[in-house]
Design a protein around this ligand. Structure first.
Ligand SMILES: NC(=O)c1ccc[n+]([C@@H]2O[C@H](COP(=O)([O-])OP(=O)(O)OC[C@H]3O[C@@H](n4cnc5c(N)ncnc54)[C@H](O)[C@@H]3O)[C@@H](O)[C@H]2O)c1
Length: 252
């Protein structure tokens, strides 16, 4: 599917994408490859194999739990060993966790949501940034959420982890601002993916829509487009941002 010899917005770049088995991560892997990148598709589910197979020679699948340090390190090493360098890291894997008022949230569930949604991005950067420095720079994109920017009833652990992603992003951006490594976050609004219990590749319903000013669900490909822009050299002066891609949700 990819053909870096014919250019593209990510021609010659190597990208690692987590959560690439489904939703935003899968759409991003397919799009990045169409734009000329070689892609490591990481996921815990096994579905990363299909994403990589759909791309072809320009992709590799890696089974990874992003909350586990050794597994994340192995995924990053696989990218460099297979494709020779690392330019883009899209820390996108995430889970919703239990819902309910905070006094009723289970402690183990809180820890798991923070480990996957926040620590996972830390581990990705910890192991990827030295490789990026070795190849002259890079771009990190972290998937936060609209719930990182406004309070959100019933999902305190998730919102706290995603809020942490925004600060992790800004702080990492400052750490590496002079070393040609950009770090940005995207903040999806309600998007029609597995996280919203959507069947893969199904169209969003138009009869039941979330309370977003555009009065519709976001689509995985719309988030992938934002990630592509931040990954590409078109965003060369953009670092430390948290960009809502949310149909206007946080603007209300
Ligand atoms: N869909 C939404 O409405 C929405 C809104 C805001 C933020 N987000 C964020 O977008 C990101 C992508 O989610 P999505 O909407 O595409 O949902 P999704 O469920 O379709 O995809 C998430 C993927 O992450 C993988 N994953 C979960 N835990 C993992 C782990 N420990 N290690 C590796 N992979 C793991 C899952 O297997 C799945 O393939 C997530 O970070 C999510 O929190 C989604």
């Amino acid at each position: 599917m990819s053909d870096s010899t014919h250019g593209g917005r990510l021609a010659g770049k190597v990208a690692v994408i987590t959560g690439a088995g489904s939703g935003i991560g899968r759409a991003s892997a397919l799009l990045f490859a169409r734009e000329g990148a070689q892609v490591v598709c990481g996921d815990i589910s096994g579905r990363q194999d299909k994403t990589a197979a759909d791309i072809g020679d320009a992709a590799i699948a890696v089974q990874v739990d992003v909350a586990k340090s050794a597994e994340v390190q192995r995924m990053i090493d696989t990218a460099v060993n297979s494709f020779g360098r690392l330019d883009v890291l899209f820390n996108n894997a995430g889970m919703s966790g239990d819902r309910g008022p905070i006094a009723e949230l289970d402690e183990n569930s809180f820890d798991t949501v923070v480990a996957v949604n926040l620590k996972g991005a830390f581990l990705g950067m910890k192991y990827a940034i030295p490789k990026m420095l070795a190849s002259g720079g890079g771009s990190v994109i972290n998937t936060a959420s609209a719930s990182a920017l406004v309070g959100w009833k019933g999902i305190a652990a998730y919102a706290a982890a995603k809020g942490g992603i925004v600060q992790l992003t800004k702080s990492a951006a400052l750490d590496y601002a002079t070393q040609n490594i950009r770090v940005n976050a995207i903040c999806p609004g309600m998007t029609w993916t597995g996280l919203a219990n959507a069947p893969e590749d199904s169209d969003p319903p138009t009869d039941i829509v979330p309370p977003q000013p555009m009065k519709r669900w976001g689509r995985a490909d719309e988030l992938a487009s934002a990630a592509l822009f931040l990954a590409s050299d078109e965003a060369s002066f953009i670092t430390g941002t948290a960009i809502p891609v949310d149909g206007g949700y946080v603007a209300r």
